[in-house]
Write a protein that binds this ligand. Structure first.
Ligand SMILES: Nc1ncnc2c1ncn2[C@@H]1O[C@H](COP(=O)(O)OP(=O)(O)OP(=O)(O)O)[C@@H](O)[C@H]1O
Ligand SMILES: [Mg+2]
Length: 245
């Protein structure tokens, strides 16, 4: 079953076509990655599928039903998004995780319990009373992930959540996220320009170039058989660099 499908999606800014995707489908419980160079349209596709941006043409289906105008807010509540910049609120770490739960009408003690659980799970419970604006980038990404998972979304959207982190922090968080994704089984849309991350986390991946999908396959398949020279160069860049060291 597909939780989300995007059909005939076209996004155009003035006369520039920035996204042109006939079909993208997120299978229930799977991690679907979009990989591509800077400016290839990955974040735009994430915003369109998470109903944050309306495409010029095309439509989204949620659990097989077309999302109609006026239904976006209701369906958005079933989704959570983590961006590259953590976008935490100007309050304590704990409040950052609790606020969304309270807005949903969850009472204080249940919200507190859930928030504490997720802060613990992402190893930042010791920061609960700290001001969210004064924690490190790596800590802030952990808090953002805790906040997103606390909402128990049916679909999780992750837009390059690791790209601002140093290598050891990134490795550690990748392991933890992988464990959480597998144990919760949440359907995930993961954007990255790092092929190693994609290969580690995703069941299936779409390579996007200049707004267009060029290949959709399990990451290993894209890595071993990239469809064209540009993609081959892109997925191979890291491999070559390693050889030179
Ligand atoms: N509102 C906008 N107005 C003009 N151009 C835009 C707008 N939004 C996106 N673009 C352009 O569309 C292209 C795709 O942008 P997008 O942010 O989706 O790429 P991306 O693959 O996420 O890139 P990155 O890896 O750098 O995050 C870029 O060339 C970008 O400049
Ligand atoms: Mg982006």
């Amino acid at each position: 079953m597909y939780i989300i499908e995007g059909n005939d999606i076209l996004v155009q800014v003035r006369d520039h076509r920035i996204l042109d995707v006939d079909c993208v489908r997120l299978a229930k419980g799977k991690v679907f990655a979009v990989i591509g160079p800077n400016g290839s349209g990955k974040s735009t596709l994430l915003r369109v599928l998470s109903l944050l941006q309306k495409p010029n043409t095309g439509y989204i289906t949620f659990k097989g039903k077309k999302v109609l105008p006026g239904e976006q807010i209701k369906i958005r509540r079933k989704m959570a998004v983590v961006f590259q910049e953590s976008l935490l609120l100007d309050t304590s770490v704990l409040n950052n995780v609790m606020t969304g739960l309270k807005i949903r009408g969850i009472d204080h003690s249940a919200a507190l319990k859930t928030a504490q659980y997720w802060l613990e799970r992402f190893k930042v419970s010791h920061l609960s009373n700290r001001w969210a604006k004064a924690i490190s980038g790596g800590e802030a990404q952990r808090v953002s992930l805790a906040r997103a998972f606390a909402m128990e979304p049916e679909v999780m959207f992750l837009d390059e959540p690791f790209s601002n982190l140093d290598a050891p922090t990134r490795e550690e968080l990748l392991d933890e996220l992988s464990e959480v994704l597998h144990s919760t089984g949440v359907t995930t849309f993961f954007v990255s320009h790092d092929f190693e991350e994609v290969a580690f986390l995703a069941d299936n991946a779409m390579a996007l170039m200049d707004g267009k999908p060029v290949q959709e396959a399990p990451p290993k398949e894209i890595f071993s058989n990239p469809v064209n020279e540009a993609l081959s160069k892109f997925v191979g860049a890291k491999k070559r660099r390693k050889w030179r060291i």
